[in-house]
Design a protein around this ligand. Structure first.
Ligand code: GDP
Ligand code: MN
Length: 381
């Protein structure tokens, strides 16, 4: 789950990371009132959208008076930034900036460690720094068992060549950011820019946080959850507890396991088609899950054919086959379905499906053949 900047700042503040005082509002009148409560000018008015480069798009403005707050808030609310409509603006007391840095923690899966990145070249997109001046990013890999201690953080700050005036403040924030990232169950915690003020204080001026949805049960994330942006298909899938991502093609996809679902997207592309979604039904392909998945896909008007790609592991082929047949008895599916069933007890599963096969329910022996068939069917409707 991705947070908006203002939520990321609330998240940071709960771990004692210094952020500017501010308020999130949805109307121009509230923006003016919020600026009044903040009680000092200038204030910064910031569009809350989950996309970078807001400044360049006109979504970040410095206001010196209540009148300017009114003008900028009315310009920014409702603005479209790279396809995202601004419904919320965050107003905070403006900071004086001496220098802008970059700091983040994320997981390096292949190293099986946390990856910390720190750079004296902040404020710009880190991808650009990585491309043009990779040496300007100081990286550390942290074993989750060891964690991050003060001497390591200090050496890291030195390696990144931050201004010595920022050293203590940066060390303090990095230790807190690491705690926020680990104890807060984030997949990404990024501050860009992390600023040094002329007064010598170090401070988070922006916040980009992705929380690990699997940890939802042990946190109070209802407020973050309530503002998630989902299209209607994603909302329906979410309510059914399915791992679904909407895409814009015409071949609906159901697979078991995230890895298989990803390769299924690739194979559909390879066969010349476009996937309508990513959908992982996970390990247990029972009738309830299958019916829910088929329903979500069936309600997508762009879907012209459905490809069910199952590789039996712990889930046995006959369970999957029974699940599909039972699900088809419950939901009326408009698009033709192509099934590829392999793995544990695949033969038993195929035997169960055999008497039900028709133009509307077809079976193919391999993933590529099934994908080609689904693509062909989608193109012909
Ligand atoms: P992003 O471009 O969407 O990542 O938005 P940021 O929150 O990172 O802000 C972009 C830039 O706006 C920063 O790098 C700063 O240069 C500038 N900015 C944001 N807040 C302030 C502020 O309080 N004071 C000043 N002087 N500049 C700010
Ligand atoms: Mn930023």
């Amino acid at each position: 789950m991705d947070l908006f900047e203002y939520q990321g700042k609330q998240f940071f503040a709960s771990f004692d990371i210094p952020v500017s005082k501010g308020e999130a509002v949805t109307t121009v009148e509230d923006a003016v009132a919020a600026a009044g409560r903040i009680g000092e000018y200038p204030v910064v008015i910031k569009a809350q959208v989950q996309v970078g480069g807001r400044g360049k798009a006109g979504g970040i403005k410095l206001a010196n008076t209540a009148e300017e707050v009114r003008e900028y808030a009315s310009n920014i609310l409702g603005m479209d930034i790279k396809g995202h409509t601004v419904n919320v603006v965050w107003i905070e007391v403006a900071s004086d900036i001496a220098e802008e840095y970059y700091a983040s923690f994320t997981l390096d899966r292949s190293a099986k460690k946390h990856l910390g990145m720190l750079s004296a070249e902040g404020g710009v997109e880190i991808e650009a720094v990585a491309e043009e001046n990779p040496d300007a990013i100081a990286k550390i890999w942290i074993d989750p068992v060891d964690g991050l201690d003060e001497p390591t953080a200090r050496a890291w700050v030195k390696a990144a060549n931050l201004n010595p005036a920022a050293e203590d403040g940066a060390v303090d924030i990095l230790l807190k950011l690491y705690r926020a990232y680990t104890e807060g169950d984030a997949d990404l915690a990024e501050i860009n820019p992390l600023i040094l003020k002329p007064t010598g204080e170090v401070h988070a001026l922006d916040a980009k946080v992705t929380l690990d949805d699997n940890a939802m049960y042990r946190h109070e994330w209802a407020e973050y959850e309530a503002t998630q942006e989902r299209d209607s298909r994603e909302q329906a899938a979410h309510e059914k507890g399915l791992q679904y991502v909407g895409l814009d093609g015409s071949v609906g996809i159901i697979a078991n396991g995230a890895g298989l679902a990803m390769s299924t997207l690739d194979v559909v592309n390879q066969a010349g088609g476009k996937p309508a979604n990513f959908l992982d039904i996970g390990g247990g392909a029972n009738a309830d899950v299958m019916a829910g998945a088929l329903e979500v896909i069936n309600n997508d008007p762009a879907v012209k054919a459905i490809f069910i790609n199952i590789f039996g592991g712990i889930t046995r082929g006959e369970e999957v086959a029974n699940g599909i047949i039972e699900a088809l008895g419950r939901v009326t599916i408009e698009s033709p379905i192509v099934i590829r069933l392999d793995g544990t007890n695949a033969e038993e599963g195929r035997a169960i499906l055999a008497p039900h096969l028709s133009d509307q329910l077809q079976m193919q022996p391999t993933m590529l053949e099934a994908a080609s068939k689904a693509v062909e069917l989608a193109a012909s409707r």
